[in-house]
Design a protein around this ligand. Structure first.
Ligand code: AMP
Length: 173
């Protein structure tokens, strides 16, 4: 299924020069949403996955649906200060400044296997930080899966040696 026509491009959002890939138009198409979740459910069915980790905020949409479909726990990786319990955190670089991602320290156990889900892979900084959180918890990342990849931003290289799976590519920065 070609998902590209369902993803809206908004130029210069949230700032000049950014081609924002808006997945809310894809979410209006139930067969497309189902196709994404079913593709990943099939892909990870035999991989002994213990939990799905979704990245704040659009990773929650796809990650939670996948967790529901697979009958697995869903673990939110949230922006700083949102999780109420004891957390571990990792900083990552943005174009200007840094951001922080956190997970509850008791959400996963050592030796468990997870899939990380986000809507879009750009530079890879966000999911690299989530992968470091998993490393701290001694949790194995089976793969990181994204709906959209922007190959010119080289996120896939940044995430090495993590396995990466994406469903649609746009050759924009
Ligand atoms: P990065 O850490 O650079 O891979 O950025 C990934 C995160 O930023 C994802 O959670 C995306 O939702 C968001 N993001 C980055 N660039 C874009 C873009 N061009 N369009 C839509 N979302 C983006």
């Amino acid at each position: 299924m070609d998902l590209a026509p369902l993803i809206r491009n908004i130029p210069d959002f949230p700032k000049p020069g950014i081609q924002f890939k808006d997945i809310t138009t894809l979410l209006l198409d139930p067969p497309a949403f189902r196709h994404i979740v079913d593709t990943w459910a099939e892909r990870y069915a035999a991989k002994n996955v213990d939990a799905i980790v979704g990245v704040d905020a659009r990773g929650f949409i796809f990650g939670a649906a996948l967790a529901y479909k697979m009958g697995l726990p869903f673990v939110p990786a949230r922006k700083k200060g949102k999780l109420p319990g004891e957390t571990i955190s990792e900083d990552f670089a943005l174009e200007y400044g840094t951001d922080t991602v956190e997970v509850h320290i008791d959400a996963l156990n050592e030796g468990q296997r997870v899939v990380i889900i986000d809507d879009l892979l750009a530079t890879g900084g966000t999911v690299a930080a989530v992968a470091r959180l998993m490393q701290k918890l001694k949790v194995e990342v089976v793969e990181a899966a994204f709906v959209v990849e922007l190959p010119p931003l080289k996120g896939r290289e940044k995430l090495q040696p993590l396995e990466v799976h994406t469903l649609v590519e746009f050759m924009v920065e």
